[in-house]
Design a protein around this ligand. Structure first.
Ligand SMILES: [Zn+2]
Length: 450
């Protein structure tokens, strides 16, 4: 019998994380991974996980396990004891079948039931209502249990808990595993064991965007990949297991991946501007702000509009070009491109009107409209004034108005307002400074060293 394990991804985030970690460690395709590979790799994790920093992490991942159980954790041969646990699992890997009772892979039978010392967030066994059919554990095959033991290699620490990434995109998972395993290999090479991936992000949402940025910046073309990313933010700690699940909308990933290089500094400043309570003149390093609440990140993750962060009404200034706003509206807000273009054209005409007529009043009416009716009335007024001034260019056609400016009437007019104002500021900012519409904008953010 071949010792090839015929591995396949299971859809179980813990098992799959273990498979991606193992695949990267071994640098071979998963369908070539053998029992001998596992025997080799369990030696490595047994030595790694008994180092103090890793062992400390294991309280939140595998509580009560040999690694952290008070009966064994201080023994000098702990690596051997843990190794023996893993070796026993290897020896009890059942044969592959067409179907099996393991709830994770469904291709092997579960010979034993397992609890939270092996399967994060399952249960302790003493409270049977945690498990289906009041079992005293959950049905996993030995192989899936063993694979989970590799998952900590690609977990990311944040504020005393762990972030586990799961994605339908192998490319996303491969890049993440590559980055995380590189850090593990560095620890081993330097003999400096610092535990699971840790960049001192205590704010879990900022940590998630940090992970996403690392994946996007891994220099891959993401066109057509359209990945969905789910982040499990958890602790399996005995005294209070917790779990929060964050899903990054795929439009947000696509937008972040599409930011053109000449807009990346603008985007970085838009993000910086969204941190709450940061005194930028007192910032000496990223550590001084990276854990503060960031409204842009929070809103992106919760699918709320961030259009207001693209401009400043106070300084009548846009913080990026229309190109970036266009990507955002298309990818994240799913706005039809014809609609985006139609709004841009009306914005250009309004900008010209305001400049030619030096009309601070029209601008402030557009900016300050707080309901759909007053906003429409201002547009109608410009429409009429243009005609009575003998201008034969219409501000918009009837079709533009119905189909593109306010297709859902009262529901989406704010988006149209934000976009029109953004475009007016983009076109007229310099002119408005010269003509005392606003003061010059000054804001220096902390810059990372290249
Ligand atoms: Zn299984």
């Amino acid at each position: 019998m071949s010792n090839n394990l015929s591995l396949k991804y299971t859809g179980n985030p813990f098992v799959d994380a273990g498979i991606f970690a193992l695949k990267r460690k071994l640098k071979k395709p998963i369908n070539e991974i053998t029992k001998e590979d596992l025997e080799e790799e369990i030696l490595n994790i047994a030595d790694l996980y008994v180092t103090p920093a890793w062992k400390k992490n294991m309280y939140s991942i595998f509580p009560n396990s040999t690694l952290v159980n008070s009966a064994t954790t201080n023994k000098s041969n702990l690596n051997e004891l843990y190794y023996q646990d893993l070796k026993n699992l290897i020896e009890s890997i059942p044969n592959i079948q067409d179907s099996g009772s393991c709830v994770s892979c469904g291709r092997r039978d579960a010979i034993n039931t397992f609890k939270k010392d092996n399967i994060p967030l399952s249960g302790s066994g003493s409270l049977k209502n945690y498990f289906s059919f009041a079992n005293d554990g959950v049905d996993y095959c030995s192989l899936c249990v063993l694979l989970i033991q590799f998952a900590p290699l690609i977990m990311y620490q944040s504020g005393g808990k762990m972030i586990l990434l799961h994605s339908n995109s192998e490319k996303v998972m491969n890049y993440w595993a590559k980055d995380a395993i590189k850090k593990v290999n560095e620890q081993i090479a330097l003999g400096d064991y610092t535990g699971c991936y840790n960049e001192k992000y205590t704010n879990s949402i900022n940590a998630i965007f940090r992970i996403v940025k690392k994946i996007i910046d891994s220099n891959e073309l993401w066109e057509d990949e359209n990945p969905s990313l789910t982040f499990y933010y958890f602790t399996n700690y005995n005294q209070g297991p917790e779990l929060e699940i964050f899903s990054l909308p795929n439009g947000v990933f696509n937008f972040l991946a599409e930011i053109p290089s000449d807009e990346s500094k603008n985007w970085s400043n838009i993000v910086k501007n969204a941190y709450i309570n940061v005194k930028w003149d007192k910032v000496n390093s990223e550590d001084d702000f990276k854990n503060k609440t960031n409204e842009v990140y929070n809103r992106l993750l919760n699918n709320y509009s961030i259009l207001k962060f693209f401009y400043s009404s106070k300084y009548k200034k846009s913080f990026c070009s229309w190109i970036l706003v266009n990507y955002y509206m298309k990818e994240v807000r799913k706005m039809d491109e014809k609609r985006i273009d139609a709004i841009k054209e009306v914005g250009d005409k309004l900008a010209t009107y305001i400049k030619v007529n030096d009309s601070k009043k029209i601008l402030s009416n557009l900016e300050n409209s707080s309901n759909y009716n007053s906003f429409r009335n201002t547009l109608r007024k410009v429409f009429k004034n243009k005609i009575s001034n003998g201008d034969d260019e219409l501000l918009f056609t009837f079709d533009d108005y119905v189909m593109y400016l306010f297709p859902e009437g009262n529901k989406t007019w704010r988006e149209t307002q934000d976009l029109l104002i953004f475009r007016i500021y983009e076109k007229l900012h310099d002119w408005m400074i010269e003509n005392n519409y606003a003061e010059e904008y000054e804001n220096e953010f902390f810059e990372e060293e290249e």
